[in-house]
Design a protein around this ligand. Structure first.
Ligand SMILES: [Zn+2]
Ligand SMILES: [Zn+2]
Length: 89
């Protein structure tokens, strides 16, 4: 039973919760809660990493906007260059 289990990190301490991801028993100190669900430290780290990955689309939008801005700026520079070159001849 889980009540008889001991913390994976602290064998002398009784487990207070089971990691919902990998089932590792964790004591009160080791138990970390993410959105109301218990996770061990290792799984929480993976959770945080994957949730950081979920924010990637926002970063992609920023990159696309920056690229579009750069494209726009370079097209303006090209126009200026053409006008400059045409002015020489
Ligand atoms: Zn875990
Ligand atoms: Zn512990």
């Amino acid at each position: 039973m889980s009540l008889r289990a001991h913390c994976a990190q602290h064998p002398e301490r009784p487990a207070q919760a089971l990691c919902m991801s990998c089932g590792t028993p964790v004591c009160q100190e080791c138990s970390t809660t993410w959105e109301g669900i218990h996770y061990c430290a290792r799984c929480l780290g993976e959770r945080r990493r994957s949730s950081a990955g979920a924010r990637a689309p926002v970063a992609t939008v920023v990159v696309v906007l920056a690229a579009a801005g750069l494209l726009w700026a370079s097209s303006r520079v090209m126009v200026v260059m053409v006008v400059f070159v045409e002015g020489l001849f």
